[in-house]
Structure formats: structure tokens, C-alpha cells
Design a binder for this molecule. Structure first.
Ligand code: ADP
Ligand code: MG
Length: 338
């Protein structure tokens, strides 16, 4: 049923545990993202899957086979790192062919497979260039081709886009997703960037301090955070204390109330902007920030200052500081979190 199964994996460096009990299962062809802040253990987890870091205890199985103690090259796992780790003295083709030469495949087969991988990552015409002549995005595509050319059972990517400029990062992440889907390749992608995780993944595993704290679809992790940590990490959630929730909405809760800025309806009194879920609640604009296609308002309410997002429909619709407004809350989008 599951293709990659990880059970009770633990790893410490000296006396310092990185994780002490990690378990998860991934289906064949799934694209999973490990998302979490720097230092939470993402790379260590990925490297133990690849066989580069031996776990202390626990088990890793691929297609039912226990691979926990196999050498990296015996696992059928490909890995791409943030720092491309290319051989500077080899050409694009030479870098990509390296793993196949190690496997002692015959020349014709190597040439065929390299050409296929070069085409897959869109580097046709650059086979004879050296890494120094390539852009960062092109180098990372060489690293990707090198990982794919050996036809891995599983592809692991550790922050492969972090060193690239924003436009290239977006383009390459779309290419990675397209290639992964084309090949039906089971993939684990590591990032600390929530937007990257949301746009790429079938499921997101949110990590904090060596634990997977929520594992779910992108939509569920974004709209139904399991804890205040996930809410804080995933989006710009408003987090309200029980007192604030009572003052604002008359709600009695034990944990915290997490509300996304774009799930609050903001309207000028007397004008109808759409479906109202709660009665209008008076508020006052404190300031705004332009996020591009969205305007984020900071709004004063009885429950403290909230972030509220509205589509940026034009300069004329911008609300100045001090303006009295009303807020309407979609009761289905009020999340009580621990
Ligand atoms: P992430 O990839 O989420 O940023 P890492 O897995 O790299 O996190 O690191 C998790 C923790 O393990 C950090 O506190 C880091 O300092 C520590 N760590 C990672 N690798 C080693 C190592 N080889 N020796 C000692 N400590 C390490
Ligand atoms: Mg890391």
C-alpha cells in the first residue's frame, strides 16, 4: 500500500537529539514536502533516508524492503542538494553521466540516458558546457538530471531552490513538479518556504523541533492548522487569546483562535460587499501594507489588532487610516488551535 515507510526513526548527535521518534508513510508517486524552520531536523531526516546519516534506531522501508542499513548507492534513491555539488572539471554531460559510469553501463546506453535526462530538464544544447559557464538555475537542473538519470525509486531534494533568485526559483519549481508528475516519481522535498510547500506538494509534513506536527494536504495544513505553531508558520494567521476571542466574537474557547486575514470580510458601513456570516463588528483601520494583488490592513477591534486582507482592486478602493469599518467573520473559518 505505502511505498516509503518510516517507523520510529531516531537520531542524536552526541547528547543532542535531532529527532527521537519519527514515523510516516508515503504512497508511490506522491510529492511530499518537509516544511519547517531552520534547525528542526529536515536535512538530517532526508540524509538518513538517503543513507548519508545512520539513524540510531528505527526502520526505513521502500516497496516493502528494509533499506535502513544499505549503502547510499544500493538504495535506488536520488538526491539533490542546495549547493549543486557538481564536478567543475566535467561538462554537463560528464556530470550527468557520472553515476552511470560508476554503474559500468555500456557507452551507448549511457549516451542514450544522458540525452534523455538532458532533454527532460531542458538543457539540450548545453551538454558540452562546464558548470562555470552556467547560471545557478541551469546548474541545479544539471544536479536534477544527474539524480534522475540513474532512475531512482525515490527522489530527495534538500532546499534545491534556496540559492536561486525569485523568478528562476518559481520557474524551476514548476519544472520539478512537472517532471515528477511525468515520471510518477515518489519525491520528498525539503524547504523552509511555505509558499514553495503550498504550490508543490500533494501533502505537507510540517516539522518543528524534530517532530512532524501536522501531515496533511496543502489546503488542510493552510486552512486547518493543528496548532499555533503551524498557524504561525503557514500563514499570517491572527492568533487570539481566549479573552480576545470573547471580546471580539463572544466565543468561549480554551486554546487560541486562529483566523486567516483573507477569511475576514471588511466593509464600509452601509455598503454590501458579500455574504455576511456574523453580524457586522465595528473596527477601525490602523494602517495598510501593499502585498501586490492583496492589501493587508491592520485593523483595531475589541479583540485587539487584526490583520485583514482584501483583494487590491485599485487605488480608489484603498481605505485610509482612521476609517471606521465593519468586519464580518465566516464562522466556518474560525480555527481553535492548541
Ligand atoms: P534543518 O535542515 O531543518 O535546518 P538539520 O537537520 O540540518 O536541520 O539540523 C538539525 C539539528 O541537528 C541542528 O541543531 C543541527 O545543528 C544539528 N546537526 C545537524 N548535523 C549535525 C552534525 N553532523 N553534527 C552535529 N550536529 C548536527
Ligand atoms: Mg537543512
Amino acid at each position: 500500500m505505502f511505498y516509503l515507510e518510516v517507523a520510529h526513526l531516531a537520531k542524536s548527535f552526541g547528547d543532542t537529539p535531532v529527532f527521537s521518534d519519527i514515523s510516516f508513510d508515503i504512497r508511490q508517486g506522491e510529492f511530499i514536502t518537509l516544511l519547517g524552520p531552520s534547525g528542526c531536523g529536515k536535512s538530517t531526516l532526508l540524509r538518513s533516508l538517503a543513507g548519508l546519516v545512520p539513524p540510531d534506531t528505527g526502520q526505513i522501508r521502500v516497496a516493502g524492503e528494509d533499506i535502513t542499513w544499505l549503502k547510499p548507492q544500493q538504495r535506488g534513491i536520488g538526491m539533490v542538494f542546495q549547493s549543486y555539488a557538481l564536478f567543475p572539471n566535467l561538462t554537463v554531460a560528464g556530470n550527468i553521466a557520472f553515476g552511470l559510469r560508476m554503474q559500468k553501463l555500456d557507452k551507448g546506453e549511457i549516451a542514450r540516458r544522458v540525452a534523455e535526462a538532458v532533454e527532460l530538464v531542458g538543457l539540450t544544447g548545453r551538454e558540452h558546457h562546464h558548470p562555470a559557464r552556467l547560471s545557478g538555475g541551469q546548474r541545479q537542473r544539471v544536479a536534477l538530471a544527474r539524480a534522475l538519470v540513474v532512475r531512482p525509486r525515490i527522489l530527495l531534494l534538500d532546499e534545491p531552490l534556496s540559492a536561486l533568485d525569485a523568478p528562476i526559483r518559481k520557474r524551476l519549481r514548476e519544472q520539478i513538479r512537472a517532471i515528477q508528475q511525468q515520471l510518477g516519481l515518489t519525491t520528498v522535498f525539503v524547504t523552509h518556504d511555505q509558499e514553495e510547500a503550498l504550490t508543490l506538494s500533494d501533502r505537507i509534513f510540517v516539522m518543528n523541533q524534530g517532530s512532524i506536527v501536522q501531515a496533511d494536504t496543502a489546503e488542510a495544513v493552510y486552512t486547518r492548522p493543528a496548532s499555533d505553531f503551524v498557524a504561525g508558520f503557514m500563514g499570517s494567521y491572527n492568533l487570539l487569546s481566549p479573552e480576545q476571542a470573547r471580546a471580539l466574537l463572544g466565543l468561549e474557547i480554551d486554546g487560541k483562535l486562529a483566523i486567516r486575514p483573507e477569511s475576514i470580510y471588511l466593509r464600509e458601513p452601509g455598503r454590501d460587499y458579500g455574504p455576511a456570516m456574523t453580524a457586522p463588528i465595528p473596527a477601525r483601520i490602523a494602517q495598510h501594507q501593499l502585498l501586490g494583488n492583496v492589501v493587508r490592513y491592520r485593523v483595531q477591534t475589541a479583540g485587539g489588532e487584526l490583520m485583514v486582507d482584501r483583494l487590491n482592486r485599485g487605488a480608489r478602493t484603498l481605505l485610509p487610516a482612521g476609517r471606521q469599518v465593519e468586519l464580518l467573520f465566516d464562522t466556518a473559518e474560525l480555527n481553535e488551535v492548541a
